[in-house]
Design a protein around this ligand. Sequence first.
Ligand code: S3P
Length: 445
Amino acid sequence: MAKILPISAQKSEPLLGKLRVPSDKSISHRALILGTSCVGETLVSNLLEAEDIMATADAMRAMGGHIEKTGDGRWLIKGVGTGGLSQPDQPLDFGNSGTGVRLCLGLVASHNMTVEFSGDASLSKRPMGRVLKPLADIGASIVSSHDRDRLPLTLKGAANPLAIEYTLPVASAQVKSAILLAGLNTPGIMTVIEPEPTRDHTERMLSYFGAELNITPEAQGRRIELTGQPELRPGILNIPADPSSAAFPLVAALIIPGSDIVLKDVMLNPTRTGLITTLKEMGAKITIVDEREEGGETIGDLRVEASELKGVQVPSSRAPSMIDEYPVLCVAAAFASGQTHMAGLGELRVKESDRLAAMAAGLKACGVEHEEGEDSLFICGKDSIPGGATIKTHMDHRIAMAFLIMGLRSDSPITIDDGAMIATSFPGFIDEMTALGATFKTSAE
Ligand code: S3P
C-alpha cells in the first residue's frame, strides 16, 4: 500500500512570483495514445510526468508502443500505426485515472484482442458503462466483469468493428474520445454527436496527426465525423500548462491579501476556461498577458492579483468547461461576499470521488455555510473561515488541493488526511506553492 501523507496548510503571507504549473493532463494522455497510433516517431516536450500519465505510458508500451524519456519532460514515441496494437500479456492497471482507462478501452475496442483493465480503489468505483455501451455497439464485448459497469473488467475487441453514430447521453469528453479512438481502426465514418461542447483535445490532435475529421454544428452541440483507418503522421508536440492545475495557485492568489503572481504558459482552449470566466464575474483581477497560439492551442500567461470577490450564479451550461474546477471554485466562493449558486453538477458525483459530497462535508467541517443539492451547491461566503478541521480526501487529488488552498487563508490550519494522490496530476504542488509563499506542514505516516 502507498504511504499515507497527511498535510496541513496554514494562514500564509502574500503569494508572489512566477510559476509554470505542470503540463496538461488531458493532452498528455492523448499525446501518448495518438503518438503510439502514428507510423513513425513523435517527439513530445513538456509531457506531464505524473502518475496518471505514466499509467497510460505503461499501457501503451504493454500494447507494443515504444515510449522513452529522452530528457526533462522530453519523450520519444515510436508508433505502431492505427490497428497495429498487440495483445498485452498482463492486465493494464490505470491506477487512479478515469481518462486513461476510458480512452484505452476505446482504442482496444476495435482491435481483435482481449485485454484486462484494472485500477485503484477510487477508479474501481467509477462507472465504465458509459463507454462500454457504445463500444458494444461497435462490436466489442465484455468477457468478464462484476456488474458490467466497474473495473476490473476484461474487454474483447471487435474482429470486424462497425462504424456507429452515437449521441452522448452525458457531456463527457472521455466517452466522445473513446468512440473516436475506436474509430481509428474501424472502416467507415464514426460519428459522435455531443449536445454540449466538451473539451476537444482529441479532435484537435487527430487533425494535427492528419486524420480526416468533419465537425459541424448541430441545432444543439456538434456532430463529429471521423473517417476510419487513417494513416496518422507523426509530429512534434509541446504540451502547455494545465488550466486545471493552474486553478489552485490562481484561487490561492485571489484569496490571500497582497498576492500578485504570474502563471506561465496556461492553455486557454475555450472548452477549458469556464473557471476564468466565472472568477472574472466574481471580480477577480486576472489579466491574460502574451496570448499566443502554439501547437493548435491558445496559450497565455495569467497575472493574478488578490481580489475582493463577490458571489455569483454559475449556470449549468458552463459545467463542461470547468468540470474539474468546482472544488477550487468552492474555495473562492467561501471567501467571496454574498452567495454563490452552482448548478448542473451531477457529473461531480462520479469523478475520482463524489466531489459534491466531499466538498460539502469539507465545507461543513471548516465552518462554511452551504447547501448541497442533488446536482447543485450553494455557498454563503464570508471574509473569515474557522478551518481547524481534518478533511477526508477520498483518494481525490482535487479535493486534497482545494482544501489545502482553503487552509492558506482560514483562521486555523486545515489538514488533509492524505495528499499522496496529488501526484496523479500535480507532482511538486507543495514545493511550487511553497516557493510562492504558501505554508504547509507535511508528516508522512
Ligand atoms: C477529461 C474529461 C473530463 C474530466 C477529466 C479529463 C478528458 O471527464 O473531468 O478530468 O481528458 O477527456 P468526463 O469526460 O467524464 O467529463
